[in-house]
Ligand binder design. Structure first.
Ligand SMILES: Nc1nc2c(ncn2[C@@H]2O[C@H](COP(=O)(O)OP(=O)(O)OP(=O)(O)O)[C@@H](O)[C@H]2O)c(=O)[nH]1
Ligand SMILES: [Mg+2]
Length: 243
């Protein structure tokens, strides 16, 4: 099996080298403790697809030095278009049986990949989200961000009749079969609600796995703000009632 790790990146010169290193270092051997294959291990090859979203801080120049590694596909947007657009470009080049989204900051830990892949290899689900709110070790961050996250997840649960704890998580993992059914259009912060809404509307149940989370400070480059919440809210409502 192959895992495609999709990394959208915009102005992350402080972390891009380290995240690439961490993504390549993790061993992709997933123990199967379930079903007829119980006791075996599924090994994944990895493809890393990095999409630079028009960075201006030296990230692009760094990425060019990685060209030529056989496990890497590196793409460049001429202009900044937003995380959703970067992930959509990455999906076009992803060859894996399973896809996983990885932000280019260091908030999420690639050592979590085997746990995220396990429900898929055990055939318990086709879609797995890593949740920051299910008891994993997490750095205590901002109250208002937590409240915003909880609110947007609550709206998702009410509109789509589910019980997610973290709709906005970066760690979203899905099989090719699921991706092939989606019709993603969002460019910016509409990405997470759009993909979640489409997955739920197509009748898939999302499996949540607790993950660790080490949030970064605004001085370290944290960019998301309260205004982005409105885009998310609108996207959730739109997909519930149209399309
Ligand atoms: N902010 C932002 N990120 C982008 C864009 N295009 C790609 N990305 C990448 O998308 C990922 C998520 O962006 P982040 O800014 O970390 O978003 P977040 O984790 O929700 O919020 P903060 O870490 O709090 O800023 C990162 O890897 C970014 O480098 C863009 O136009 N804006
Ligand atoms: Mg981040």
């Amino acid at each position: 099996m192959q895992l495609s790790v999709l990394i959208p990146v915009y102005n992350e010169i402080g972390t891009i080298a380290e995240i690439v290193h961490r993504v390549r270092a993790v061993k992709l051997a997933v123990p199967v403790g379930f079903g007829p294959e119980n006791g075996s291990t599924v090994e994944f090859d990895r493809q890393i697809v990095i999409v630079d979203d028009g960075s201006t801080d030296g990230t692009r120049e760094f990425l060019r030095t990685l060209d030529g590694f056989p496990d890497m596909t590196i793409l460049f947007h001429e202009q900044n278009q937003g995380k959703g657009a970067a992930v959509r470009t990455a999906l076009q080049y992803a060859t894996g049986d399973v896809m996983l989204i990885q932000d280019a900051d260091l908030e999420y830990d690639p050592r979590e990949y085997p746990a995220l892949l396990q429900p898929i290899v055990e055939n318990r689900s086709q879609v797995v989200y890593g949740s920051r709110f299910r008891g994993g070790p997490t750095k205590a961050m901002f109250f208002w961000h937590m409240l915003g996250n909880r609110f947007l997840t609550l709206v998702t649960n009410v509109l789509y009749n589910t019980i997610l704890s973290d709709m906005e998580t970066c760690y979203k993992v899905f099989t090719r079969e699921v991706v092939d059914q989606l019709n993603l259009k969002a460019s910016g912060w509409g990405f997470d609600p759009e993909i979640t809404a489409q997955i739920l509307r197509r009748g898939y149940r999302i499996y949540e796995v607790p993950i660790s989370y080490t949030g970064r400070e605004f001085e370290e480059g944290k960019k998301v703000g309260w205004r982005d919440g409105f885009t998310v809210l609108w996207t959730l409502i739109k997909y519930r009632f149209v399309g």
